[in-house]
Design a protein around this ligand. Structure first.
Ligand code: FES
Length: 152
């Protein structure tokens, strides 16, 4: 058994034979590995006694699960109501264009992963994005581009 499979087996042992714990188990594995590679999904399916197609379905349905390693920095653009009405989609499009990456994807150089969030809890600063733990508010598309250009 390879290293990943062995680690995943260890992580999901508490959920063995419990299909209803699928999301919990996947969260646990992603927290440990940073993402959910195919072999990890296969072990989860086997251990929880869930069809592999169901695991795949859950992983692709929920945006917080990822199947590839994240970039060195994670950008989360808020698409919650307050940010939406203040132009969050334009900020997201600008970043997507600037970084040449789709939502949920990672740049070719592995520097950034671009994600969306529901509400980052600072609606007064809308539209908002976070890069790692740092909050950037009252953005417009141009400022958002400048911020990412300034990240080393
Ligand atoms: S809606 Fe964007 S921070 Fe709350």
């Amino acid at each position: 058994m390879n290293e990943i499979a062995e680690k995943v087996r260890e992580l999901v042992r508490p959920y063995a034979g419990k299909p209803t714990e699928l999301i919990q188990a996947l969260h646990r594995v992603q927290s440990a590995l940073g993402y959910l590679p195919k072999e990890a999904q296969a072990v989860v399916a086997e251990m929880l006694e869930v069809p592999p197609s169901q695991v795949r379905g859950v992983v692709t349905f929920y945006h917080f699960f990822r199947t590839k390693p994240a970039g060195r920095h994670t950008i989360r653009v808020c698409l919650g109501t307050a940010c939406h009405v203040r132009g969050a989609e334009r900020v997201l499009s600008a970043l997507s264009e600037e970084l040449k990456v789709e939502l949920g994807g990672t740049t070719a150089d592995g520097k950034f992963t671009l994600e969306a969030a529901r509400c980052l809890g600072c609606c007064g600063l809308a539209p908002v994005m976070m890069i790692d733990e740092e909050v950037y508010g009252k953005l417009d598309p141009k400022e958002a581009r400048q911020v990412v250009r300034g990240i080393p």
